[in-house]
Design a protein around this ligand. Sequence first.
Ligand SMILES: *Cc1c(COP(=O)(O)O)cnc(C)c1O
Length: 383
Amino acid sequence: MSDSGAEQQYIREAFTTNWVAPLGPNVDGFEKALEGFVGNDKRVAALSSCTAAIHLALLLLGVGKDDEVLCQTFSFCASTNPVIYCGATPVFVDSEQDSWNMDPVLLEQAIRDRIAKTGRKPKAIIVVDLYGMPANWEALIAIGVKYNIPIIEDAANALGSYYEKKPCGTFGNIRTLSFNGNKIITTSGGGALVCDDLETKKSAIFLATQAREPRPYYQHEAIGFNYRMSNICAGIGRGQMTVLGDYVKCHKHIHDLYMLLLSEVEGITVHDNPSIKFDSNFWLTTITLHPTLHIKGQALIVDDNEPNPNVEALRVYLDQAGIEARPLWKPMHKQPVYKNAPAYVNGVSESLFKVGMCLPSGPCVTDEDVKYIVQTIKDAIEG
Ligand SMILES: *Cc1c(COP(=O)(O)O)cnc(C)c1O
């Protein structure tokens, strides 16, 4: 990570005031800073991770055993695993081609089919703003409202992104953020739940602090969790909030530079905002490779469960030049651990997994780095 300098000051303060234990002024300060940033009268609870935040969101929506939850299949496992923690069943929904996030048409089909098959409505929907790209919120929210099913926005990647000028982290009925080491800002590890009101925030904090009843002794009437953010981590978060705007500018600038330099390279497409409604923070710049693009050293054999041979060949070529690039997320419905979960698919996420990759992005990447990476990609292309 890169820091603003303020992180060390807040951490030092935590030590000198003896607030090293969990909770304390940095937690309050970080929550206030996040509330100020997302606006829209939201109340934020700082937690130990985004995974924990998704778990609590599901519990607050009453998700339990025998419930079904519709999940975006094109995502990291942490978007879905908490459904299992609740004893519920994930039902996967594929993505639309433009935003790469949940396809509203398929979502509605899935809802109707689940009602027909099980006689019950799915209990919740988890939508992701993947790689920082906002989901198609207008259409998705309309479906949530039509069927009266609450939506959880997994905005782990999307702090500083906007859809129709409204910040990500404010869509749906409840939302989650991540401050893991690799995210847009970090607290070394952490997350948050973005709630509509103070009541919900208080319920979340109650569950996140072992469901301790307000008595002088330890009294428990529910099962809670140890999910609260510590005062030290929150100190890092407060410092990071002072540079969030600069970081987002940096991510966008790097994306623009990749777009410019790769525009003349045939067979490579940089993923971009699908329309003026979308304003991604471009947490990661992602590209897709045309299947016929030939990369030096490319294998001939195609394994159906792996990225295309040209994607793997480019990854290896870049790696040898000291550049770390990664394939896109493998869809959850293709993961062995979820092979029995129902899935409503249209081929989009499977195809993206085969042709896509993430390029180095973020405030540590310089213009010179981007030029070197693009030059290396050009060198890797055969002919
Ligand atoms: C990183 C990530 C998470 C999990 O965040 P943690 O804070 O590491 O638990 C959830 N969803 C998505 C899309 C992520 O990228």
